[in-house]
Design a protein around this ligand. Structure first.
Ligand SMILES: [Zn+2]
Length: 567
């Protein structure tokens, strides 16, 4: 096994020194040559996959020669803060011969800057009704792609804080990091000389006091998104359920997150019968067998809130017996992005270690295969909550694998302090049909709605550009899933794709509430439990393409980075 020697701990090393020291000493030592080939060593005992984030350093010096190019991301080159004054003249000069400056990413030769070059990527206007902070991350993504083409290996990203978007620098950094993500499969085949696309990403800050916190936050959030992308984005064999379990156990080794894996099929059948029904076919292939991965984080100090997360981890969705015919199956390895988000959120917890917060998570890793032992429509399955569920469509497997884990969370919740339950899933095509491909959808049960939960998530999502639409669970959604005959209590699904079903993304939330027994914990009960369902079918990212990591940045903002939203 090969392990990157210098690469994984660099940021950590820098954090051990005071900022003023780390800026000046660490980098010249680490970058004595212009190429940044990493040193590798052989060690059978060490990790098989490097899950550390792209190295990041901060500086207040625009002309810091440890970098080899400057990337400027800003709405307007005419309106730069005084510390960036020296960038104005070359951009104005360039503007005199190219009116595309305000629209295209351009590369300029600017003597005196690191590498004598400047990549300029405008955000465009950011103050119209429909603008939001994503303008900064989008511009940073484009800028980094151009910088890579230009051959930069140590780009310095300069995105001065905008008066209306106080997190613009962090948002641009997250955009840059998204563009710098290298897929797990590419890292593992060792075709590149390094696990990173660049040696280091520089972040310019106006004041020394901002530097380290910016690097810490960007690294921690990216670290979670990296885990999320690795699990969610990798192919159905690389991230088959047993291998997801292996990755997650490795990821949280020596961290404050505890991981437990359930693989015994008898136990799965007993504890999670609806999940086991979906697993029945895949179970005959050992490398495809289901895993339930349980995670727990308990922050320091008295616990004030407990988040209980269930993530859908369908490692591949053939549709089952209701097979996805006609070319609709490609891309279905991404059906595990809900569970991937749960793991990614725990990774952020492991890095930032928020106090007074407890989080428990369950990842439902199951392959929805098709074959002689697959579950079929018409079967009656008794859920963990004792509800007789009539299968209507085997392609509605996501709700099946989550419902008993949600029921288990409900059982545990009574012991917890201020619990909030969530399901996170790439659940329905209807979510994309209803809201488009870029937005997570959140919907509350009665107690969560009374507490204003979905609205709070939506607001938190705006802070760093991990955006939400709010939907409501209505009486029609409950009615839809009521048993249609005396044989069954609940109908799992109708026989149409969700995208062709009215309220196709809302009804599954009602199913999850009814079949898990959460309907007994509504506003009319003695023990109300707030529960929200999050559909990330749209926001999880494009295929082909790279998963986004939604909605973990919004989650972190909402529950322990309130400093970012405070004015
Ligand atoms: Zn499906």
């Amino acid at each position: 096994m090969q392990r990157m020697v210098w690469s994984c701990d660099r940021t950590t090393a820098a954090t051990l020194l005071p900022p003023s020291v780390s800026q000046f000493i660490i980098i010249p030592f680490l970058f004595p040559v212009s190429t940044c080939q990493s040193t590798t060593t052989t060690n059978e005992e060490t990790e098989t996959m490097c899950t550390s984030v792209q190295p990041i350093e901060w500086t207040t010096d625009l002309k810091d020669q440890k970098f080899d190019g400057v990337i400027l991301v800003t709405p307007n080159h005419d309106d730069l803060p005084s510390k960036l004054e020296c960038l104005k003249a070359p951009l104005q000069d360039y503007n005199s011969v190219d009116s595309g400056l305000g629209e295209e990413v351009v590369v300029l030769k600017v003597p005196g800057l690191p590498g004598n070059r400047l990549v300029f990527s405008t955000t465009g206007p950011v103050n119209r009704d429909y603008d939001d902070v994503r303008r900064f991350s989008d511009a940073a993504v484009n800028a980094v792609k151009r910088a890579l083409k230009a051959g930069m290996q140590r780009p310095l990203l300069v995105c001065p804080q905008h008066k209306d978007y106080k997190n613009s620098t962090l948002v641009a950094a997250l955009g840059a990091l998204h563009a710098l993500y290298m897929p797990l499969e590419v890292r593992e085949v060792n075709i590149k000389s390094s696990n990173y696309k660049v040696c280091v990403l520089g972040l310019w800050v106006a004041h020394e006091s901002q530097g380290q916190r910016l690097v810490d936050l960007a690294s921690a959030l990216e670290s979670g998104r990296l885990a999320c992308r690795d699990i969610g984005g990798s192919d159905p064999e690389r991230m088959a359920a047993p291998r997801v379990a292996e990755y997650v156990v490795e990821l949280f080794k020596n961290s404050p997150v505890q991981a437990e894996v359930i693989s015994d099929v008898k136990l799965l059948e007993k504890e999670y019968p609806c999940l086991a029904a979906v697993n029945r076919c895949a179970n005959s292939v050992p490398r495809h067998q289901a895993r339930v991965i349980k995670l727990q984080y308990c922050g320091e100090g008295p616990i004030q809130k407990t988040l209980m997360l269930v993530g859908k981890g369908i490692t591949y969705d053939t549709g089952g017996a209701d097979i996805k015919a006609g070319g609709f199956m490609a891309g279905m390895h991404r059906d595990k992005c809900g569970a991937a988000a749960v793991a990614g959120f725990f990774q952020i917890l492991a890095k930032l270690k928020p106090k007074n917060l407890k989080v428990v998570g369950s990842m439902a890793m199951v392959r929805n295969s098709v074959g002689s032992d697959c579950y079929v429509a018409d079967e009656l399955v008794v859920s963990r909550a004792g509800r007789r569920v009539r299968v209507g469509n085997t392609d509605a497997e996501g709700r099946m694998v989550m419902v008993d884990l949600l029921c288990e969370m409900k059982e545990k919740a009574v012991q917890e302090t201020c619990p909030q339950l969530f399901t996170i899933a790439t659940l329905t095509g209807h979510a994309i049909r209803a809201m488009g491909p870029n937005y997570s959808i959140i919907m509350d049960n009665g107690p969560a709605h009374r507490a204003g939960n979905a609205a709070r998530w939506q607001k938190a999502g705006e802070v760093l550009g991990d955006l939400f639409e709010v939907s409501s669970i209505r009486r029609e959604d409950y009615e839809f899933h009521k048993g249609k005959s005396e044989y069954e209590d609940i109908l799992q699904c109708n026989n149409l794709p969700s995208s062709a079903t009215p309220r196709g993304h809302q009804t599954p939330a009602a199913f999850l509430i009814m079949a898990s027994g959460l309907h007994k914990h509504g506003v009319d009960s003695e023990a109300p439990l707030p529960y929200s369902h999050i559909d990330i079918a749209g926001s999880s990212g494009p295929f082909p393409g790279v998963p986004t990591g939604a909605p973990i940045v919004a989650m972190a903002t909402n529950y322990f980075l309130s400093e970012l939203s405070a004015l």
